[in-house]
Design a protein. Sequence first.
Length: 185
Amino acid sequence: MKSIVVSGYKGHELGIFDQKHKGIYFIKKAIEQRLRSLVEEGLEWVIISGQLGVELWAAEVVLQLKEEYPKLQLAVLTPFLQQEDRWQEATKLYYQEIVQQADFQDSITRRSYDNPAQLRQKNEFLIAKADGLLLLYDEEKPGSPTYYLEIAKKRESFEHFPILIITPTDLDILVQEEQYESFDG
């Protein structure tokens, strides 16, 4: 697998409304563990659409991993131009800082938002271009990642297309390990 799309919930879908939330640490740790093993197996590109939440946290992880794995690259392929236009100023700055460090950045429809079909096109385009999908997802809590998952499952039904899921149980295990290590240490 040379390229993977990474996505998951938006922050508000997880009840996370600021960058200081302690849950972000565990989400990033889970993403790092998965990406690190994939890079060891030959992963070269991580692709995100730049949506707030899991995708931008994954981008932060990629930027950190690049220090250790300089061949790892980050692509930000937004569904439309200026997707950050209506965001709060602090959020825009955070987003722009990440995008500026990406190895590749473009917009799929190359125009501003004009209809919801652009979001579906983004999902279809990214799944078509990648070799796999890494998704933070809870089957009991459908949300925005469901759209990626549906398209990925269609592709998986007719060709090899790995779908890797980080579940709430995976995150719980990380929390328990951390608590154990801090208690034990």
